[in-house]
Write a protein that binds this ligand. Sequence first.
Ligand code: AVJ
Length: 327
Amino acid sequence: LNPYTKSIYIEIGDTAQEKFNREVIDGLRSKPKRLPSKYFYDSYGDQLFQRIMAMPEYYLTGCELDIFSNKTTELATILTMGDEPFDLIELGAGDAMKSSYLLKHLVTNGVDFTYMPIDISGNILSVLNDKLKVDIPQLDIVGLEGEYFDMLEKAASLSSRRKVVLFLGSNIGNMELEEAYDFCDELYRKLSSGDVLLIGFDLKKNPHTILDAYNDKTGITATFNLNLLTRVNRELGGDFNVKQFQHYQTYDPISGACRSYLISLLNQDVTVGDYTISFTENEFIYMEISQKFSEMDIKQLAGKSGFDIIGEITDSKNWFVDAIWRV
Ligand code: AVJ
């Protein structure tokens, strides 16, 4: 079903730049070709994603904002569980648009916690840090730039307080289902008894609604995908002609997989560093999955990875769920 899960990744102690190079070359030499969507977020990619979140078609933002702005007290109560101090870790914090409602509420109520946003984009982290220093000056904040699990270990080494982990925006949807299981498994093992995870899931719904959110007529999502080729050109010495690729989006209501591709419009050779990659006309690069979930999918994910389900908050349309799980 999934041709990519068989690749074995060996952990190599290379720099972020070397890892980017290795994963890009690896993806372009795979059959079928693919590129990792986690690399969409350079500074222009960050801007494009901000514009995606502001598009009327991209309902996810509004849904989770509805939860965080209207059910803040409910969220805070489940997450704090008494007055024991804790670390509030956010995986893929971005601009923390949604979590800042919770942060404000906690600070206003004198809760003792440290906010630790983790993001792969150092650029967005410094933007976030500057913004929070102004908006919530009393907030104790420690930003961590890097991959999720590396930075979770870092967070654990910085303090031994109880951890509350936020993983919002249906970011988990950017993983294939098997990867999502492995991810929750690893998260469970990296956390300690009593730690809590708040995890956002975009639910299966009318396929038109979902497809429209990722196939906007203004072409921002297309630009968002194509921007990775531009990034590869700039950072890895590539010569992609971006005009010779076209964005293609699908949604499959059976599996709940919403996928993006870039299609080569002609036979062409592309050089990236030391490698030449040949494309045939209409050959695709698989770029991103945005998986959608049923309530059953979510229960199974929690169950298989060992988490206890302690709560669930949905938006008023019932399109999105923030699930609360405990180790
Ligand atoms: C950041 C992973 C939540 O998959 O919905 C938005 C990224 N890609 N439009 C998503 C994205 C295309 C987004 N997440």
